[in-house]
Unconditional design. Structure first.
Length: 486
């Protein structure tokens, strides 16, 4: 108990007035956690609520576990919330393994009770052997610095006071207190990955390599936690500088190559991993392999693509890499609506907007290309243009000219500097700096009131069309018949 209390103090796990939600399965680990919290509560002063999740897997044995936990909580007058679920059905519906689904269901139950009681801490019964198993598992499948740190003592509202104890110490503690507990027979098998590590790998390390192997692994992970804190600060600063997030209507990020390349190799890899975790929403199946292929993609030609776990798709563009989470659509209309939303967010202008200083109104729409589209069907108006939306790789801007601007002038893709195009078209010098342009980076899609780029014209391969209409207004608010005289 002294060691546990010192561990709790070191990581500031519990304070007076906390409301602690504790997961109690009935097994040795969770019963030890429950009793430990009861003792510490007397010294610190906090509220304790227990949660038990019945997975619906082991029949009468699971029912006995529930009754045991009910009796234990009643004995110590601790409120208990019970959740009964059909884990097999949930796992099938979510397309997860029983292990993963069980972990998610328990987390959801803890969060639900936490919200109900206004809790601010969720106590879990992980111990040093669990942490050693996690480290070996992470090492075996490939991991970054986070994985080398194993399970953290504190992660947001989740706390793990038993991470300073091993399984043998927990069992000895319960034996001295003459406290019974439930035994889950499925934990004795080797069907699950963790059970293989628990029953086949760790015993060999402790018996034939070093009896203190588990303790030494945990001491190493504590040192890595300190290193992680420093590295996370460095990675967060780099991420903020070279990654743009777009999570409101679509789920994608843009890694800007120019600033990305200024950081050391290790920081770059950690930025990519963070980006994949942000977009994918998970990190379980992300490994060094995925980070490495993303690093390689940054050095490949524009247009190259890459598929990643969790329905992620990466594409090399002129700015660097765009990483997005793909999704499926139940109908064409749903897809059209989603693309419309994404386009409007990328254009940096709403679907309809007034540019007050130029007396212009722009109307933007996404259209699905009609079947059997002919050239005569494409608007030939000076102030209504159709663009191949699939060609657009990054944000569009309405702006005036900048150094390095170019425009594609023919079907073969020949480019011309905008400055030279102005000269060739005899655009007066006095209006060149104020001429409005539709631009993607330094590529000009449209010189408003003049020509558009050949590269963005609608073709047979086009699937979605971006339509932009321009209207002009007099200073008194009247409409000028769609003519742009600026």
């Amino acid at each position: 108990m002294k060691r546990i209390e010192k561990f709790i103090q070191k990581y500031h796990m519990l304070t007076c007035g906390d409301k602690v939600i504790a997961g109690v399965s009935g097994g040795a680990d969770s019963v030890c956690l429950f009793l430990m919290l009861l003792e510490v509560r007397e010294k610190i002063g906090f509220d304790l609520i227990a949660v038990h999740v019945h997975h619906g897997l082991r029949g009468e044995a699971a029912d006995q576990d529930q009754r045991f936990v009910e009796a234990l909580c009643e004995q110590h007058r601790i409120p208990l919330e019970i959740f009964r679920v059909n884990l097999e059905s949930i796992a099938k519906k979510r397309k997860q393994s029983l292990e993963e689904a069980g972990r998610m269901v328990r987390r959801e139950a803890f969060e639900s009770v936490c919200k109900k009681y206004g809790g601010n801490k969720i106590a879990l019964a992980h111990h040093q052997n669990d942490n050693a198993e996690t480290l070996l598992w992470n090492l075996s499948r490939g991991t970054g610095l986070d994985g080398l740190g194993g399970i953290r003592p504190v992660n947001g509202k989740f706390i793990r006071p038993l991470l300073c104890m091993n399984r043998k110490e927990i069992e000895e503690y319960l034996a001295k207190r003459k406290q019974s507990y439930c035994i889950d027979e499925t934990n004795a098998g080797t069907d699950y990955t963790r059970n293989k590590l628990r029953h086949l790998v760790l015993p060999i390390l402790e018996e034939q390599v070093n009896s203190a192997a588990v303790r030494h692994m945990n001491e190493t992970m504590e040192q890595i936690w300190e290193l992680q804190e420093y590295m996370q600060e460095q990675v967060e600063a780099a991420y903020q500088e070279c990654v743009q997030e777009h999570f409101e209507k679509a789920c994608w990020i843009q890694i800007q190559q120019k600033s990305f390349e200024t950081f050391p190799e290790l920081i770059k890899k950690m930025v990519i991993r963070k980006g994949m975790e942000q977009v994918g929403g998970k990190k379980r199946d992300l490994s060094h392999k995925h980070v490495d292929v993303m690093m390689e993609l940054m050095n490949k030609q524009v247009g190259r693509t890459l598929d990643l776990p969790y329905e992620m798709h990466a594409k090399r563009n002129y700015e660097g890499i765009r990483l997005e989470k793909q999704r499926t659509y139940s109908s064409g209309e749903e897809k059209k609506a989603e693309i419309m939303q994404e386009c409007m967010s990328e254009l940096n202008i709403p679907g309809e907007t007034i540019l007050a200083d130029r007396n212009l109104k722009l109307r933007c729409k996404i259209l699905e290309k009609p079947k059997n589209l002919s050239i005569k069907d494409i608007p030939q108006k000076i102030y209504t243009k159709w663009f191949d939306y699939g060609i657009i790789k990054s944000s569009l801007y309405i702006r005036t000219r900048q150094a390095g601007d170019t425009i594609v002038i023919d079907e073969k893709g020949h480019q011309k500097k905008l400055k030279n195009w102005f000269v060739d078209e005899k655009i007066p010098k006095e209006v060149r700096d104020s001429q409005l342009l539709l631009a993607e980076n330094n590529e000009i899609l449209w010189v408003l009131g003049h020509r558009m780029s050949q590269a963005y014209q609608v073709k047979q391969s086009t699937k979605w069309i971006l339509q932009i209409e321009v209207e002009t207004y007099k200073s008194d608010g009247g409409k000028e018949n769609g003519r742009n005289n600026s």
